[in-house]
Every structure is written in C-alpha cells, then in structure tokens.
Design a protein around this ligand. Structure first.
Ligand SMILES: Cc1cc2nc3c(=O)[nH]c(=O)nc-3n(C[C@H](O)[C@H](O)[C@H](O)COP(=O)(O)O)c2cc1C
Length: 194
C-alpha cells in the first residue's frame, strides 16, 4: 500500500466515509473491435494509471492520459486541499493534449481516482470536452476506501447522451495485485470482436 492511499484510508475511516460501488444490475457486455476502444485516465499517484494499462492490455485499445495544463501539487496535503476546493466547485481545469480522431471510438473507458467522493477535476474537463453521443462509457475508479462513491453517477450526469456499462471500483492500495479482478470486470463489460 502506498503511503498516500493509506493516509486517505485512515482519514476515510475516521470520517466514516466508506462507501460501496453502484449496486446496479449488470448489463450484457458491449461488443466491439479493439481499434474502437479508448482508455482515457487521469492519475495523480499511479494507481489509476496501472488500472488503465491493465485494461489496455486486456482490450488492445488505445491509451490516453488526461493531463491538466497545470499539474496538481506533488505535496499530498496541498493536493488534497486544492482538490477539495475544485471538487466542491465542479472545476474543469484546462487540459493539455487532445485525443486524435475521437469520433472513431465506440467505447471509452474513463478512469479516475476517487477525489472527495467524485471524479478528479481533469476527468470532468475531459468528459465535457468531447461529443459522447452514441458512445458507450465505462467508468473505472481507484480509491482509498471510499469505493465508487459519486464518481459514476457524476459521470453519467455529464454524459447524459452516452450509454454506460457498469463501472469498476478498485482499491488503489491493492491495484497491483488486482489484475484478475480487473480482468473479470473487463469481461463483464466488454467483448472484443476478433
Ligand atoms: C486529493 C485526493 C483526494 C482523495 N479523496 C478520496 C476520497 O474521497 N475517497 C477515497 O476513498 N479515496 C480518496 N483519495 C485516495 C485516492 O482515491 C486513491 O489513493 C487512488 O487510488 C489514487 O489514484 P491515483 O494513484 O491514480 O492518483 C484521495 C486522494 C487524493 C490525492
């Protein structure tokens, strides 16, 4: 477990903030070709990146890192404070880089750390920056004990015209040992046409 995730877990249990993922019915997997799969993610300390890279290997899709123009502070406390303000305000920080030819993708995995029970602000910017009509969005989240919290429902609100598949929530502390769990969930939500 990395120190930052552990610090969050301690704070979460102190605040009684433990949550759980979804409680939503599983839908049939979306069937598509690997060239039509995009895996977009933001990661501050590497856990969500690991999950994204694993999903990329499993699907053969294209990986895209969501990067804010102004990086978040590397100091944990400073980052937590700034994130608290931005998450409350629903900030959409400016992003560096664009997905090339976004229209060619049918399925977009969208990955975020759970920040203050919602998505990290750069992910909010990402979701508002493209046209998701006709796309299938599959959220994935890494967290420090709070689970999916509002991440998926907030993504659904922003992408009201997209279809969704059941999101996956994974503990950040155990993500490097969670490849089987990730693979099980990926198989539930997507089937790659050969
Ligand atoms: C600014 C900030 C806010 C966080 N807020 C929460 C939270 O509300 N609930 C939770 O379970 N974990 C929270 N965490 C812990 C992260 O969600 C967890 O460590 C995650 O795996 C980090 O992903 P990353 O390495 O891709 O950045 C927070 C961490 C940071 C840095």
């Amino acid at each position: 477990m990395n120190r930052r995730t552990m610090a969050w877990m301690m704070a979460a249990s102190f605040l009684g903030a433990a949550g759980c993922a979804g409680g939503e019915e599983a839908a049939s997997p979306v069937v598509t070709g690997s060239e039509k799969v995009l895996i977009a993610y933001y990661s501050w300390s590497g856990n969500t990146r690991f999950a994204a890279e694993t999903i990329q290997k499993l699907t053969g899709g294209t990986l895209f890192e969501i990067k804010p123009v102004k990086a978040y502070p590397t100091d944990y406390r400073a980052c937590v404070e700034l994130a608290r303000k931005e998450c409350r305000e629903g900030s959409r920080p400016e992003l560096a880089g664009k997905v090339e030819d976004f229209s060619r993708y049918e399925v977009v995995f969208v990955g975020t750390p759970n920040w203050w029970s919602t998505m990290a602000p750069p992910v909010r910017s990402f979701l508002t920056g493209y046209d998701f009509r006709g796309k299938t969005v599959i959220p994935f989240v890494t967290h420090g004990g709070g689970g999916m919290a509002h991440c998926e429902q907030d993504m659904r609100k922003i992408c009201a015209h997209a279809q969704f598949r059941k999101g996956g929530a994974f503990a950040g502390s155990g993500i490097r040992q969670a490849e089987q769990m990730l693979a099980k969930w990926v198989n539930e939500v997507i089937s790659i046409r050969k």
